[in-house]
Design a protein. Structure first.
Length: 363
């Protein structure tokens, strides 16, 4: 073999080796690109799972105090909130959701992504509820109205309102505690306990009773609690026509000043517990109760209903006159005939009783 032949073989072998190396490099590059592509697809799918919209049904998710991760997931599933449960579970796992569960009401909207929903729940970013209540007659009825709006149930609310030691601790008693609550619309968090609710209403009560209102109460020689009791009687006498309440308030203040019994029929109805009663009879005036204002002078021990703020202001800004008597008008308009003498009052009373008999209203 001559030198030229050997050189040719060497060059050929070298080219062959270089070709193999190029093939290997090409394969490695292809594999890398393939892996990058697969990783990209995986990353995209993961990104889509976390940041895509995944809400099927809008609404409010309620998480009770003491709930765990499983209960939250059960609520999300049973509420039909999620389009894809697996993607939400994946996001929740990546974000370590479940280490701490915050109770409350969480509003879920269609535009939310998995990440947004997890973040909201994980950080306890709950949405407030609106608690609306109007005048009610009893603590039990009030507890029943509030319970559907917050986490506390009616029995726990009623238990607090009937707790003598607790009521005394906040300056009330179990008879007048209902006067703490002022009918209105309030915003608060759903996971509110019975005592937290009472405490919140106590703050609203304190805000309402400004120095100006306290000064007006002092001028009547009444405490704010007593003003509220009187306002409840005034409102019970005139439920439909608030414009007449200041006149009625003036009448009762006239009676209180001379220690004359209020003789309010609604107090007898409250004492009887029969709120369907349309006509008060003489026998009803014999009921044995501290709420019988025919037998007892002064104010009853507590409100006979939860008066509106406007009724309290009607007492504080009562109409000054010399009326001591009133009777519903015989035309059933809802208005009253007012009188400053018993003789005049009895004439009005006879007309009203005749109208009741004509309408066949006997009880």
């Amino acid at each position: 073999m001559n030198l030229l032949t050997s050189k040719k073989k060497y060059i050929f072998a070298k080219k062959k080796i270089m070709h193999k190396r190029k093939v290997k490099i090409s394969i490695v590059i292809s594999l890398i690109l393939l892996l990058i592509g697969i990783g990209g697809v995986f990353a995209y799918k993961m990104y889509a799972q976390i940041y895509r919209g995944n809400i099927k049904t809008e609404g409010s998710l309620y998480i009770r105090t003491g709930a765990d991760y499983r209960e939250v997931m059960d609520s999300l599933i049973s509420g039909d909130f999620l389009e894809d449960t697996i993607s939400f579970l994946t996001t929740a796992g990546l974000k370590n959701f479940g280490d701490k569960i915050y109770p409350g009401r969480y509003k879920i909207t269609k535009t939310m992504t998995n990440a947004e929903l997890v973040n909201k729940l994980q950080n306890g970013m709950q949405d407030p509820v609106r608690v609306i209540f109007n005048s009610v007659r009893t603590k039990a009825a009030f507890a029943g109205k509030i319970a559907p709006k917050i986490e506390a149930d009616s029995s726990s609310i009623l238990a607090v309102l009937n707790d003598e030691a607790y009521c005394a601790g906040i300056g009330f008693d179990t008879a007048n505690i209902i006067g703490l609550f002022l009918p209105d619309t309030y915003e608060m968090y759903w996971n509110t306990s019975a005592k937290e609710f009472v405490e919140r209403m106590g703050k609203e009560y304190s805000k309402f009773w400004t120095d100006s209102r306290k000064s007006l109460a002092d001028s009547l020689k009444l405490t704010p609690k007593e003003v509220t009791v009187l306002a409840s009687v005034v409102q019970a006498e005139q439920l439909a026509l608030p414009g007449e309440r200041a006149t009625i308030a003036g009448l009762y203040i006239n009676r209180l000043r001379i220690n004359m019994p209020l003789q309010s029929d609604p107090t007898l109805i409250f004492a009887s517990g029969d709120f369907t009663k349309k006509r008060v009879l003489d026998k009803d005036k014999e009921v044995v109760s501290p709420y019988n204002t025919y037998k007892h002078t002064g104010l009853p021990p507590g409100p006979i209903l939860m008066p509106d703020k406007s009724s309290i202001d009607a007492v504080l800004n009562y109409e000054r006159h010399d009326y001591f008597y009133m009777c519903a008008k015989e035309d059933f308009s809802g208005y009253h005939n007012f009188a400053n003498t018993l003789t005049q009052h009895l004439q009005y009373a006879r007309l009203y009783q005749e109208a009741l008999n004509k309408a066949k209203i006997y009880k």
